[in-house]
Ligand binder design. Structure first.
Ligand code: ADP
Ligand code: MG
Length: 699
């Protein structure tokens, strides 16, 4: 089936068969996501370099972001005191000179830059000793006249493609040109004619060519807008269908607010609910008490009190004679919920059970209690979605840390009974501006307020040269009986840059610094069981220090841990650092976070560190995170169900999103099944892109 389809569409020809590619280059191109001829045609240039409009250095100012071409005049590699090398390359535009500097660079750079060659540079202009300078610029050494393809030689604007080792800009341009000269005729349309007309978009074939061969950047951006629209449009068709599906009345369970169990719980709480918690409980109850199936996401920072809100929702289901289930991503989290729930529910005499994976004594009996309905509240891990687990009148499904589960797994749990209400929890705040694209028509509740009297974590950025002072600060906390986390970037064997990895840090701290302390190491390559045991020991305060890679991100609650040290903080994304910092400050004591920054740092990294030291609000940080990333760089959100946008920039293209959304909803509200003649093409393209995803969302 798959083969046949490939034969039918020439654009699906594997890129290997394109002139000039072959097996070896095809493997390299695959690293860029290029598998077929169409992928190559859709490989959007990162930027464009202009040969004509070229600012002269004299016009530029320090702080400007600039792209320019200049001639290399000299190259110099100086050893530093600490045994590294700094590479400097001098360039000039005939009048004024500029020095490009690399504090870290691959060895190949030493022979790459040759005086006399023309180089294209892009970066931020700085100054050092009264001399213009650019640190770690983006660059391309331009081909000499005789090396360059005659087509590209005549162009004013050259596309700059993302590259991978073994593929040069020149080669990439050649391949793109070759793809278009053989296959341009085959490019079909993806948008209905009435949309093209309404929105004044060029046909797809033209737009693709403009993207690569534009003579003006403005034209290229116009073409890009068409593709951004296209991506948004089809994702919004899906959300429009989601809405139509979920508004069918007969789908859901209509709970009634009897105020029995929920009131009993409220009276027993040792604290007053925050107004954000109260608001979100109202939102959830309103959904659960309507006949429409609830499909709601609850977002809130770590420690904002999502658990208690969840418990209210579960009690509402239970007092209506339904079962409520919660699925957590790890055993330790499931157990944590189990302990909290049994403690809080003790006087209400409800049956709460915990179902874990694997085979153990008493498991058959637990499954029996779940199937019979004797168990009213069911907590568990992936064990809950196994085939042999049956529920009884399941009224509410809660998925904790929802982004840790695949869409399939979430759907499987929901499909265990007919249309239970669905509540997803997330401690990764998705920026408000993104919520509509990521979650479309899921209703989103935000707990954007912390419980009172919570001390916010004091955050300091420290240079790695001041590491000793950080260690003595950590020691003071340990002496008070507190615990500390040290987090390193991922251990990667192939990593050439000398990262101070978790293992080395562990050895150093254990043998040289905290010789009288208990200390453990945890990393992603360990078996889950081993990881759980290490976490349990830390939770029980049997270990004082935990050195880890980023695996501790999950919501494990250790109130006695008051220090978080993040090594090579300049390498972490904002969202990730914020998650890590959320591990501390969960108790009554003042907590600290030290961000250890090494040189060199990009200006972006500096900006991230500065934001971290200024703000502890997850929503603010998420917005900033988004601003600082480009499209296709949505690291950390992959599993959130976020469709991959290759052209659209989620920050800049909000206006285009709004247009696409209006158009998509208009169409689907009139023709939900897309059966009309004029929607034929739309239906075909939509199904080819979204059939699988839709299956999972419209359960
Ligand atoms: P989350 O799941 O959002 O990370 P939790 O629900 O685990 O956060 O809550 C963190 C801590 O705050 C818990 O110890 C909880 O008992 C406490 N807590 C929750 N709500 C309040 C509140 N309104 N006032 C005081 N403490 C609260
Ligand atoms: Mg939680």
């Amino acid at each position: 089936m798959e083969m046949k389809r490939q034969n039918e569409d020439p654009l699906m020809t594997p890129v290997m068969y394109l002139k000039g590619v072959g097996e070896h280059r095809a493997r390299l191109l695959a690293k860029l996501g290029v598998q077929t001829v169409l992928d190559l045609m859709e490989l959007f240039p990162r930027t464009y370099l202009s040969r004509l409009v070229n600012p002269t250095l004299g016009e530029l100012q320090v702080g400007d972001m600039v792209s320019l071409t200049a001639e290399i005049s000299w190259v110099d590699a100086k050893p530093t005191a600490r045994g590294k090398k700094i590479l400097s390359v001098g360039v000039n535009d005939g009048k004024i000179g500029l020095t490009c500097v690399w504090f870290a660079f691959p060895p190949a750079y030493l022979t790459l830059f040759k005086p006399g060659k023309t180089i294209w540079l892009s970066g931020t202009l700085s100054a050092f000793n009264n001399q213009l300078q650019m640190n770690h610029p983006d660059f391309e050494i331009l081909a000499d006249d005789h090396e360059e393809d005659s087509f590209w030689k005549s162009r004013q604007l050259l596309p700059v493609y993302p590259l991978t080792e073994g593929i040069t800009q020149n080669l990439m341009r050649k391949l793109v040109l070759s793809a278009f000269s053989s296959y341009a005729d085959q490019i079909g349309e993806n948008l209905p004619a009435f949309i093209l007309e309404k929105r004044q978009f060029p046909p797809r074939r033209d737009a693709l060519q403009i993207m690569h061969f534009a003579q003006k950047t403005q034209a290229a951006d116009q073409a890009r807008i068409r593709f951004a629209y296209e991506e948004f449009f089809y994702s919004q068709i899906m959300w429009a269908r989601h809405r139509v599906f979920h508004e069918k009345k007969e789908q859901g369970i209509k709970h009634e607010n009897h105020q029995k169990l929920t009131t009993a719980l409220k009276e027993r709480l040792a604290f007053e609910l925050t107004s954000a918690q109260k608001r979100v409980i109202r939102e959830i109850f309103a959904d659960m008490c309507s006949e429409i199936q609830m499909s709601r996401l609850m977002q809130g920072d770590v420690g904002s009190g999502k658990t208690i809100v969840t418990l209210f929702a579960m009690l509402l289901a239970v007092e209506n004679g339904h079962q409520a289930a919660l699925m957590a991503p790890t055993e330790i989290l499931a157990e944590q919920h189990y302990q909290n729930f049994t403690r809080l529910l003790e006087p209400l005499s409800l049956k709460v059970v915990l179902l874990k994976g694997g085979n153990y004594k008493g498991k058959a009996e637990l499954k029996e209690q779940i199937a019979s309905g004797e168990a009213q509240i069911v907590l568990g891990t992936h064990a809950l979605i196994q085939k042999d687990v049956a529920f009884h009148r399941l009224g509410l499904v809660v998925v904790d840390e929802q982004h840790r589960f695949g869409v399939e797994q979430r759907a499987l749990l929901a499909a265990k009974d007919s249309h239970p209400d669905l509540l997803y929890l997330s401690a990764t705040p998705i920026p408000r501006s993104l919520a509509m694209t990521v979650y479309g028509d899921l209703m989103v509740s935000q707990i954007d307020e912390m419980p009172p009297n919570r001390k916010s974590v004091l955050t300091y950025v420290r240079s790695d040269r001041k590491f000793d002072t950080v260690l003595s600060d950590v020691k003071k906390e340990l002496d008070k009986g507190r615990q500390a986390y040290f987090v390193c970037p991922l251990v990667e064997e192939s990593e050439k840059l000398a990262l101070l990895d978790a293992q080395r840090l562990y050895d150093y701290l254990k043998n040289k610094v905290f010789t009288n302390c208990t200390i453990d190491l945890i990393h992603g390559r360990m078996a889950n069981k081993v990881k759980d045991e290490i976490m349990q020991r830390f939770k029980a305060a049997e270990t004082q220090i935990l050195v880890s890679t980023t695996v501790i991100e999950v919501g494990v609650d250790v109130p006695n841990a008051t220090v978080m040290v993040i090594e090579h903080a300049e390498r972490f994304g904002l969202a990730q650092m914020h998650q890590l910092r959320g591990r501390v400050g969960r108790g009554a004591d003042q907590a600290y976070c030290f961000l250890i920054a090494h040189q060199p740092q990009s200006s972006m990294a500096r900006e991230r560190l500065s934001i971290m030291s200024r703000s502890t609000d997850g929503f603010v940080i998420a917005e900033k995170d988004l601003e600082l990333r480009g499209p296709g760089e949505m690291f950390g959100y992959e599993q959130s169900g976020l469709p991959e946008f290759r052209f659209a920039n989620l920050v800049q293209d909000q206006a285009i999103l709004a247009l696409a959304r209006t158009d998509a909803f208009d169409i689907v509200l009139q023709d939900p099944q897309l059966m009309r003649d004029e929607h034929k093409l739309l239906r075909k393209i939509y199904l080819s892109k979204y059939a699988k995803r839709e299956e999972l969302i419209l359960y």
